[in-house]
Design a protein around this ligand. Structure first.
Ligand code: ADP
Length: 229
């Protein structure tokens, strides 16, 4: 579960990125976070992964309190939250297989776990025949799927996809969204961050809108989730 209670985040430079955000995302939900550039979406992701701390308010993620988490606990939190980055962040001189295996190794997965899990997630995203390729030999859509496979390596209970369709054509975008939906159907909580409104309309679900550091609407299938917001 992800829970923000009146979270404010002011950067050192004085930029007020979040001005009092409250939201709760339950286990197993599929939720969009939409808002224009500069509205605070990346700040929310970084608070969830423990990269940033809130200036005030509280952030709870999968049993961890982010405002008082110890440095040595952060890797454990990160095993519960996979992130598919906008720019993929793949390692070019490693194979598809090694990209997933490496991400598991850095958070302490055992060799046997890696041997079992990597083929499973590559199969899940449809890259099982390309495990020996390098990222440079994959299409944009395949690189996106590899980014998803890598984020799933540690079997996280929550997956965050940051602008997952940003650089893809409409057909590939649909494929990726379908894949994220399938992953959600297997029980993973999904938070999809995007500024693309048409994507949200097509895959209507819960949609949280953020503007200028504040949640301006939180709706599921057109209905308010929290009447008082
Ligand atoms: P989004 O992801 O929606 O584009 P961000 O969370 O990146 O929005 O940014 C929210 C606000 O915080 C913006 O005004 C941005 O300029 C500011 N901001 C983001 N990161 C930093 C930083 N490291 N230092 C100072 N200001 C920042």
């Amino acid at each position: 579960m992800i829970e923000f209670k009146n979270v404010k985040k002011t950067y050192v430079e004085g930029n007020k990125a979040l001005r009092g955000v409250s939201m709760q995302i339950e286990d197993g939900e599929f939720c969009f976070l939409v808002g224009p550039s500069g509205s605070g979406k990346s700040t929310i992701i970084k608070l969830i992964t423990g990269e940033l701390r809130p200036t005030s308010g509280s952030v709870h993620v999968n049993g961890y309190s982010l405002e008082r988490i110890r440095r040595r606990e952060v890797p454990y939190l990160r095993r519960t939250v996979g992130v598919v980055f906008q720019d993929f962040r793949l390692i070019d001189n490693m194979t598809v297989y090694e990209n997933v295996a490496f991400a598991m190794r850095v958070v302490g997965a055992r060799a046997q776990e890696i041997r079992e899990r990597v083929p499973y997630v590559l199969d899940l995203v449809g890259l099982e025949t390309k495990s020996r390729r390098r990222p440079g030999e994959l299409s944009g859509g395949e690189q996106q799927r590899l980014g998803s496979a890598r984020a799933l390596g540690n079997n996280p209970s929550t997956l965050i996809a940051d602008e997952p369709t940003g650089n893809l054509d409409p057909a590939r975008s649909m494929e990726i969204m379908t894949l994220l939906q399938e992953i959600n159907n297997l029980g993973t909580t999904m938070l999809v961050v995007t500024h693309e409104h048409n994507l949200v309309e097509h895959f209507a679900n819960r949609v949280i809108t953020i503007e200028d550091g504040l949640i301006t609407s939180d709706r599921m299938d057109g209905l308010n989730v929290y009447e008082d917001q």
